[in-house]
Design a protein around this ligand. Structure first.
Ligand code: SF4
Ligand code: FES
Length: 374
């Protein structure tokens, strides 16, 4: 008995996920252990966000099968568990993509998340960087069994910078954690419960904190989007560029991604890591302030570092210019030395290029490009 008490827990726990074994620190969740392995072994996560305390446990997309609880008690866990909220045990064996049960359950979760989510991707600003869109491509089914009307909500204005589309919200709670943990006072939250649950501000108060824009970055779907970028462009037509500035706000890291079209800065966001979360610098999350995000839309406001690295599997990579080799300019050669503008230079005749789209206060419309009366 005394000997048993003397036994100390090992400094590292051995865990096997999809037949790959690694050693992790005690207290690590299954999800974070899987992220240490990386790739497809890491379960998708729509509500967990490592930089936000208390997040996770809401969406169930990260369900996994525990085939062996631990070396000491090898019985399997009877139900699938949320990997973002379950800590590993020494000798645990986990199945993610190697489990039919998990893949079937995940397809069910996606179907459930899409019950009320409108399929308005063609007009949604989040398209191309929406985690639910990716999830439904990878794990969704082609149909739905839901025959009722989707939820609709009264439109609500939550301030000058953030557009709320409540119908798209999957109630992951990430934005409320941002408000709790990054801003001075939270004025919005999840009101009501069940089918009526919604994100809202109390008495329509605007979210005017200095760091409220980070809610846009953590929202996995298009429920919270940047009003200054709204309908200005599709994200895959823009060129993401890493940039920084000396921001006076001590809580702002000043390191951002500029989303450019030509020389226009259409949008400024925090930089994201491979899990779609804001990057960390010296162990601290790289949140950015609203001044950097909404007010610094000139290239001259920033020190440009170079093109952002975008996964080649992302639709955004099609506008990514790293390593681009421009074709040889042949026009002058075949025209006997004449410059192409002698034929027709589209920039001379197009009104589009005389409008700085990034500086527009709202979405660009056909009126934006109407010729002004002389
Ligand atoms: S608005 Fe976005 S971040 Fe907030 S709970 Fe809904 S889906 Fe999550
Ligand atoms: S990521 Fe685990 S429940 Fe949402």
């Amino acid at each position: 008995m005394a000997e048993e008490i003397k036994k100390e827990a090992p400094a590292k726990f051995k865990v096997t996920i999809d037949n790959i074994t690694i050693d992790v620190a005690p207290g690590t969740t299954i999800l974070n252990a899987a992220r240490q392995i990386g790739g497809d072994v890491a379960p998708p996560a729509m509500c967990y966000y490592s930089k936000l305390q208390g997040s996770g446990g809401k969406c169930r997309t990260c369900l996994v099968e525990v085939a062996q609880g631990s070396a000491a008690d090898p019985r399997p866990m009877p139900k699938l568990v949320a990997s973002c909220r379950t800590a590993v045990m020494d000798g645990m064996v986990v199945k993610n993509i190697t489990s039919e049960r998990v893949l079937d359950a995940r397809a069910g979760v996606v179907e459930f998340l899409l019950l009320n989510h409108p399929l308005d991707c063609p007009i949604c600003d989040q398209a191309g960087e929406c985690h639910l869109q990716d999830l439904s491509y990878e794990h969704g089914k082609e149909g739905t069994r839901y025959e009722f009307k989707k939820r609709i909500f009264e439109k609500e204005d939550i301030g000058p910078y953030i557009q709320l589309h409540m119908t798209r919200c999957i109630l992951c709670y990430r934005c409320t954690y941002v408000a709790d943990q990054l801003t001075d006072s939270r004025v919005h939250g999840v009101l009501d419960r069940g089918d009526h649950a919604e994100i809202s501000t109390y008495i329509s108060k605007a979210i005017d904190s200095d760091f409220s824009g980070n809610m846009i970055d953590v929202c996995p779907v298009g429920a919270l989007t940047d009003k200054t970028f709204r309908f200005k462009n599709r994200v895959w037509f823009t060129k993401p560029v890493d940039a920084h500035r000396d921001c006076e706000n001590p809580k702002c890291c000043g390191k951002v991604t500029l989303w450019q079209r030509g020389d226009d800065v259409l949008r400024v966001t925090a930089r994201k890591d491979e899990w779609g979360e804001v990057q960390s610098y010296d162990g601290q999350p790289g949140w950015i302030c609203n001044t950097c995000r909404f007010d610094k839309k000139q290239v001259s406001d920033w020190v440009i570092e170079g093109p952002t690295k975008v996964s080649r599997h992302s639709v955004i990579s099609q506008g990514h210019y790293l390593g681009l080799q421009k074709p040889k300019e042949m026009m002058a050669e075949v025209m006997g030395g004449r410059a192409p503008k002698l034929l027709m230079d589209i920039h001379d005749i197009s009104e589009v290029n005389s409008v700085d789209i990034g500086a527009l206060p709202g979405p660009a419309t056909s009126k934006t490009f109407e010729k002004k009366e002389q």
